[in-house]
Design a protein around this ligand. Structure first.
Ligand code: ZN
Ligand code: ZN
Length: 215
């Protein structure tokens, strides 16, 4: 009775183990990593140096071996990896398949190729990536001083223009108060006072312009 039980258990173990043995024997596996591991997002994956084991054999990658397949494909540009929050991480992965079976995942470093700092309009500057085309390092212009354009009238606010010291982009903004307005009210107000007066000034200007069309 005991022997029967023991044989039954042994049989069960062998039957359980057989499929695992078959699968582990058949599944391809990466045994040597490709030579090139660092890329930019202007480049495509190069598998040279990759070796897999399959059916007890070691098979090095060659471009003519059509049994190899990759995700992303060899004709696709690599992309910079992102984490769950959508932030860039310095690596990404390439999945390797052999005869349509998953062989493993290769970790590659992928970085952006940032172009020169470019003026991106009134708000700021940044750098376009030559690979993915996205803007990186976006920040506000750095404008050390604004120069009045002397283009206002008594009832038309003047403008002032500043040049960004980093990208040389120009920013023009309206100053609440023309030369004439400043002459009348003086320049020695706090920021808050001048904001309030500027606000009413703009209303009065709009009203006068609407009523009699003075410029
Ligand atoms: Zn990029
Ligand atoms: Zn700038």
């Amino acid at each position: 009775m005991r022997t029967k039980k023991a044989i039954a258990v042994l049989l069960a173990v062998v039957m359980l183990a057989i499929p695992f043995a078959v699968v582990s024997y058949a599944a391809p596996e990466i045994v040597a990593q490709p030579i090139k591991t660092a890329y930019t997002d202007c480049e495509k994956f190069i598998p040279q140096g990759l070796v897999i084991s399959f059916d007890g054999e070691e098979i090095p990658y060659t471009p003519i071996d059509e049994d190899f397949a990759f995700m992303p494909g060899l004709d696709e540009y690599l992309t910079v990896g992102v984490n769950a929050d959508g932030e860039d991480v310095p690596y990404n992965t390439v999945e390797v398949y052999y005869k349509n079976q998953y062989a493993g995942t290769i970790q590659v470093e992928v970085s952006h190729v940032l172009g020169e700092i470019t003026n991106l309009g009134e708000a700021g500057h940044g750098q376009y990536c030559l690979g993915c085309g996205k803007v990186h390092n976006y920040e506000a212009h750095s404008i050390p001083e604004f120069i009045p354009n002397d283009d206002g009238g008594l009832f038309v606010p003047q403008t002032q223009t500043g040049t960004c010291e980093i990208c040389h982009g120009k920013v023009t903004e309206t100053i609440p108060g023309s030369e004439g307005f400043r002459f009348i009210f003086g320049g020695e107000m706090t920021e808050f006072e001048s904001e309030i007066i500027g606000y009413f000034y703009m209303i009065v200007v709009s009203l006068i312009q609407a009523l009699i069309g003075i410029r």
